[in-house]
Design a protein around this ligand. Sequence first.
Ligand SMILES: Cc1cc2nc3c(=O)[nH]c(=O)nc-3n(C[C@H](O)[C@H](O)[C@H](O)COP(=O)(O)O)c2cc1C
Length: 189
Amino acid sequence: MSQADAPPIIPRIAWGLTGSGHFLRESLALIDALPDVDLFVTKAAVEVLSMYGIPLKSLRDKHRIYQDHTASSVPVGFLYSGHYHTLIIGPATSNTVAKCVAGISDTLVSNLYAQAGKCRVPSIVFACDCEPTVITEAPGRTVTLYPRPIDLENTQRLKTYPYTTVAENIETLQRAIEQRLACLSTSCS
Ligand SMILES: Cc1cc2nc3c(=O)[nH]c(=O)nc-3n(C[C@H](O)[C@H](O)[C@H](O)COP(=O)(O)O)c2cc1C
């Protein structure tokens, strides 16, 4: 089939899952309620999902899943050809947020963020570390964590980046997604 005969691409959501346990289940519930989501998982995300008793294969029924198997993050190429209208990263570890802020793109999800920016595809990032104290679900127990000043600073800095919306809790994440989808249905760029 020549390119001219190829069926048109109907853009979807690219959702980056990172190795965060904080609000992992809540983020998966949001993903479950959305149509047309492809998942991009970091190596840490695969491990953490399994530690929380969520095998990757349980997500395969509903989603295409791209794993971090290549040094050059081959699947990010889909962004160049209009496959995705929006990138959502959630939950985003402090590691991934720091990389996004610093312009580092050496994992599948940090590379997605970098390439989305270069393609002017809007990103919504659900940052885990936005409060001085975080009560979170570790495998099998609840723990209290104290994000470092650098983690909190990075979340604030990311808010100033173009084509980027930062959500600080699950409600604002949900609202940001609804606003983006409403915007698309009325043909915002
Ligand atoms: C069970 C478990 C839960 C974790 N939860 C978090 C978390 O909530 N936030 C965070 O920043 N890092 C968390 N981490 C650490 C990250 O997985 C680790 O920093 C990893 O290198 C992140 O890689 P990524 O950003 O490429 O996914 C967790 C690790 C484990 C083992």
